[in-house]
Design a protein around this ligand. Structure first.
Ligand code: ZN
Length: 232
């Protein structure tokens, strides 16, 4: 098993790598540690990927916060134009059960198809359900939404910020894989900023727009009106 670990500011590249200098400039807090847990072949309906497992540990005042993420990598992502990237946050209800309460699975499928069409690119899958609030709380939020709250109001009624995601882990694992610039598939300008803060340059934002579906109309309207997502 190929395994490696890195701590602190940009030590995730091997010494002497052409990317080591770029990685050294990453504004990564010293208390964040990235570990590559595994790498393997990964054939899918969308083509041949490599699959990587990563752990990110952030030391906080109350202890160590562990996050996990999977990266799918197709083709040569190191030469030529910046590769396509989609950062997907785990959505059991959408990804597994094809829920129409949200557009998560539709966006994941668009990303897989576009990466496959280009023959190169990356999908980062973050194991944090419901933008970080967890599956049970996401279901509680659905219950509140059935009684009239929108997705943000529901999270706030449960005592959570509307979006708990940070891109420290995706940023660190991309730099570890030698990726310092991407074409980000996202409708969310905040994601562009968050990824750049995590040290990865976004040379282009590529829209990732799911087909209209009545069941998720109000969810997408909240995303546009309250979260600044662009559905041009
Ligand atoms: Zn979803």
């Amino acid at each position: 098993m190929d395994s490696s670990s890195s701590t602190g500011r940009g030590n995730s590249e091997p010494a002497g790598s052409p990317l080591a200098a770029a990685a050294a400039a990453v504004p990564e807090p010293a208390e964040f540690t990235l570990t590559q847990v595994a790498e393997a072949d990964f054939p899918t309906e969308h083509g041949q990927f490599r699959i990587y497992g990563f752990e990110g540990r952030t030391r906080t005042e109350t202890g160590v916060n562990l996050e996990e993420a999977v990266a799918l990598v197709m083709g040569d992502v190191h030469s030529g134009t910046a590769p396509l990237l989609r950062i997907h946050s785990q959505c059991l209800t959408g990804d597994v059960f094809h829920s129409l309460r949200c557009d998560c699975r539709a966006q994941l499928e668009i990303a897989l198809k576009e990466v496959s069409a280009e023959g190169r690119g990356l999908i980062v899958y973050e194991l944090q359900e419901g933008r970080g609030i967890g599956l049970m709380n996401k279901l509680r939020a659905y219950e509140l939404q059935d009684h009239g709250a929108d997705t943000i109001e529901a999270n706030e009624q449960l005592g959570f910020e509307s979006d708990l995601r940070s891109y420290l882990l995706p940023g660190a694992l991309l730099l570890h894989l030698g990726i310092s610039a991407v074409r980000l598939m996202s409708n969310n300008p905040d994601k562009v900023r968050a990824l750049e803060e995590a040290g990865v340059r976004v040379v282009e934002r590529v829209p990732c727009i799911a087909d209209h579906h009545e069941s998720r109309r109000s969810y997408l309207e909240t995303k546009r009106e309250k979260m600044g997502h662009l559905f041009e």
